[in-house]
Design a protein around this ligand. Structure first.
Ligand code: ADP
Ligand code: MG
Length: 263
């Protein structure tokens, strides 16, 4: 099977410049992501995970290097990418349906047909009878699913997810991981997930990018074997191969923490 490169990060570096001076946030990031892959970025706080997602999303321009999405050089936001940011709040005064349709609204694509598509997607994400409700009437897990629907409804090829499950209880978190992975697999989408939860990274991903800091760089790329990846995030945690991958990444991060000092 020929793997199609959907996302290419070529020697990306980024320097933030502000009143305090210039700081190199990420340095020489090289990564090729293939269509349908589920990639996780893990690493200590401040190692540049959000910076990398912002660069991929076209929200910030890398100081050096090149980004290609489906072979095309990108330097501004494109509809091929959907971004669920770290704090992706819903608007309290808009109904769930209107919140989910925000991306369509921004692109002037609101129509009766799109409203029906939105309701169908909410249904598929387990949000029946919520279209006309408001965010405060939903649980945290349900609100995250609405944010996911908002990202999916514009039909991006690649989803960027910055810690979407981090504020949720373990049980809800695992159900959502399951839902996200199966939905994206079914739709043939590619995902780049940022998470600080190593268990989640091992359970959900095809490949895990372990980052180090000062400045942010790729320390190691760990490939999860097909049999572990294919069982779904809840079952994966009980798989005989799971523990050794968890430990490999854990040890890598331990070494990084020792190298970088305690923070
Ligand atoms: P992570 O998401 O891994 O926690 P970030 O990408 O947010 O890391 O940050 C990487 C580094 O860049 C950190 O040292 C952070 O302080 C710095 N940084 C992030 N955003 C800015 C900004 N807008 N201006 C200046 N420095 C920033
Ligand atoms: Mg971050």
């Amino acid at each position: 099977m020929i793997k199609e490169a959907i996302l290419e990060l070529k020697d990306l570096s980024h320097v933030y410049v502000n009143d305090a001076g210039a700081a190199l946030a990420v340095d020489h990031i090289n990564l090729v992501v293939h269509k349908g892959e589920f990639i996780s970025l893990v690493g200590p706080s401040g190692c540049g995970k959000t910076t990398i997602l912002n660069i991929i999303a076209g929200l910030i321009q890398p100081t050096h290097g090149e980004l290609r999405v489906m072979g095309e050089k990108i330097n501004s936001p494109t509809p091929k990418l959907g971004y669920m940011q770290q704090q992706d709040y819903l608007f309290p005064w808009l109904s769930i349906q209107k919140n989910a349709m925000l991306g369509l609204h921004i692109r002037n694509q609101r129509s009766k047909l799109q409203a029906e598509r939105t309701n169908q997607l909410l249904l598929e994400l387990g949000l029946e009878d919520t279209s006309h409700k408001y965010p405060h009437q939903l649980s945290g897990g349900m609100r995250q699913r609405v944010a996911l629907a908002r990202t999916l409804i514009t039909d991006p090829e690649i989803l960027l997810l910055d810690e979407p499950f981090s504020a949720l209880d373990l049980h809800i978190k695992m159900q959502l991981e399951e839902l996200v992975q199966s939905t994206l697999d079914r739709m043939g989408k590619t995902a780049v997930l940022v998470t600080h939860d190593l268990a989640e990274a091992v359970a959900i991903s095809d490949r895990i990018i372990v980052l180090g800091r000062n400045p942010g760089h790729i320390r190691k790329i760990v490939t999860i074997p097909r049999d572990l990846r294919s069982v779904g995030p809840i079952e994966a945690r009980k798989h005989p191969k799971y523990q050794s991958y968890f430990e490999e990444i854990w040890n890598e991060l331990e070494e990084e923490m020792e190298r970088g000092g305690n923070e």
